[in-house]
Design a protein around this ligand. Structure first.
Ligand code: GLC
Length: 538
């Protein structure tokens, strides 16, 4: 392969990702360009001005590859093409170029842990039969029990709350491993062809001008070759956070470095030190901050999450990321409007009482908090519109997480509802001629982008103003300032300050400071009320 010629036309700023605002696009639900009920790349291209107006630095696209959509596209049948429902590869290239003309970089989502059962490798493995080299690319095993009727081990499903098995038996007697659905067979990362293939896939997308790659389920790829039972096993976990992963990501980094490409890993690990190992020099650039995403709306807990985050990143020299929601979790305004404001897959339930006004007030304050912190910030489509989590009628639910929990878990469709763009149009201007793939709840049009565009007190206006003003914080470190209980106050090197009041009593803003932006009105005495944040210039 010759010298790579990246298609991007950005001024070279090798550090853009250290402080970027990155917007996640879930294509299926973003905007429907051809009217068939499913969002597509034409819809994204038509809405690029919205994203430019928001001021984001990059777009992360959830998988857009050909997929049977058994897990919303995280079941990939071909990593080098675009699903017909979304468009074509040529159109993806156009989109990357058009975004780049607006100064917006593109991040694609690579799913290395598993493929779709329709991927040519898995189809070949099924056809080739037990003991074949084709099956060595996956984890095929004979069963246990007298007739091989029991699964090869006791591993639990990676869809939280799911009691469904991670092994499926084929008519020829072999079982295969799938940490997620049966339509997502796990790859065998000990096989050199698997590593080679993924490095080629990375090059394929970097050659097309993408600036970065999000790595799905990044801590799950490597498996203990003996596939031991979890219950009786001692020593390193057989499939989570294994040391072999670091070697894989060091090779990936070498590929990315040839293109100035960056990685963001989906690394859900409770142990801060183990998490930071993925961010050592020569490994991943960044990883999602799920500790912050899961944190309840509580000043002490938030401060502790921020401190732990900064402390774990500092020794490895990696910037933190700040994430409030994504396509897998409860939308922020809903979560913050509940009694339990933390996010946990295990506690999600249908019909949880929610105060959306309270949740929205807190989400506005949380937006200013996260955009003032040092590092990069991820926004999930619709977060800038203050969309709540929708309750999807049970018969319309599509997410496998719901089915794999025997219906106990509402699943993740509630945060994947097609976006409202124009209040006066059918389906709130999503673009569909017929009902979109997921139903929009009553009142969805009241969140439409066109309405918010004209309303200076809207969530959209707040996000636009905050993203635009964010550079006042510079790139200096965070220093906590003295503050009453329940109040978070910090400054950054350039003198800008952020104050967030989570306590019931209003607080005075620091003397000699000029409010730049507040998440809600100050009280009559000019004090910052509960669940409100302010940005100040000294
Ligand atoms: C990641 C994705 C999620 C998907 C899972 C399996 O957690 O974010 O949507 O279901 O991986 O690929």
């Amino acid at each position: 392969m010759g010298q790579p010629t990246p298609a991007r036309n950005f001024p070279t700023d090798g550090n853009w990702w250290r402080s970027a605002v990155i917007y996640q696009v879930y294509v299926r639900s973003f905007a429907d360009g051809d009217g068939d009920g499913t969002g597509d790349l034409a819809g994204v291209r038509a809405r690029l001005p919205h994203l430019a107006g928001l001021g984001v630095d990059a777009l992360w696209f959830s998988p857009w590859y050909p997929s049977p959509m058994k897990d919303g596209g995280y079941d990939v049948a071909d990593y080098r093409a675009v699903d017909r429902a979304f468009g074509t590869l040529a159109e993806a290239e156009k989109l990357i170029a058009e975004a780049s003309e607006l100064g917006i970089r593109t991040i694609v989502d690579i799913v290395p842990n598993h493929v779709s059962d329709q991927h040519p490798w898995f189809r070949a493995a099924l056809a080739a039969g037990p003991g074949s080299p084709e099956r060595e690319l996956f984890h095929f095993r004979p069963g246990r029990g007298a007739r091989g009727e029991l699964p090869p081990n006791d591993w639990p499903s990676q869809f939280a709350g799911s009691t469904a098995p991670v092994w499926t038996r084929l008519p020829d007697g072999d079982w295969y491993l799938h940490l997620f659905t049966p339509e997502q067979p796990d790859l065998n990362w000990a096989h050199p062809a698997v590593r080679q293939e993924h490095e080629d896939i990375l090059r394929f997308w970097f050659e097309r001008g993408v600036a970065g790659v999000r790595i799905d389920s990044a801590a799950l790829l490597a498996k203990d070759p003996d596939l031991p039972d979890l219950a009786t096993h001692s020593g390193p976990h057989p499939f989570v956070d294994r040391d072999e992963l670091h070697d894989i990501y060091r090779s990936w980094r070498a590929v990315a470095d040839a293109y100035d490409g960056v990685f963001v890993g989906e690394v859900w690990l409770p142990d801060a030190e183990r998490f930071a190992r993925y961010l050592r020099p020569g490994e991943l650039h960044t990883a999602f901050n799920f500790a912050f995403l899961s944190c309840p709306w509580d000043a002490g807990r938030l401060r502790a999450a921020i401190d732990t985050t900064l402390a774990e990143h500092a020794p490895v020299g990696a910037p933190a990321t700040w994430v409030l929601c994504n396509h897998d979790v409860t939308r922020t305004v809903t979560r913050y409007g509940r009694e339990d404001t933390a996010f946990d897959f295990a506690t999600k339930a249908f019909g949880t009482p929610t105060d959306l006004e309270l949740g929205t007030r807190r989400a506005r304050a949380a937006a200013l908090l996260s955009l003032a912190l040092p590092g990069s910030v991820y926004l999930y489509q619709g977060e800038e519109l203050g969309l709540p989590e929708a309750e999807i009628p049970v018969e319309r639910i599509q997410d496998p997480m719901h089915f794999r929990s025997q219906g106990a878990d509402p699943g993740r469709d509630g945060c994947r509802v097609p976006l409202p763009w124009t209040a006066g149009e059918p389906y709130a201007g999503f673009g569909s001629r017929e009902e979109p793939w997921l139903p929009q709840p009553a009142g969805w049009a009241s969140y439409a982008a066109d309405r918010q565009q004209r309303d200076p007190s809207s969530m959209l206006a707040l996000y636009r103003a905050a993203v635009a003003a964010r550079p006042v914080f510079g790139d200096g470190p965070l220093t906590w300032l003295p503050a009453p209980d329940g109040v978070l106050a910090f400054s950054r090197a350039d003198g800008a300050r952020c104050v967030v009041n989570l306590a019931p009593t209003p607080v005075d803003l620091p003397a000699h400071s000029e409010p730049l932006l507040t998440s809600g009105p100050l009280d009559d005495a000019g004090r910052l009320p509960q669940d409100t944040a302010a940005w100040l210039r000294a």
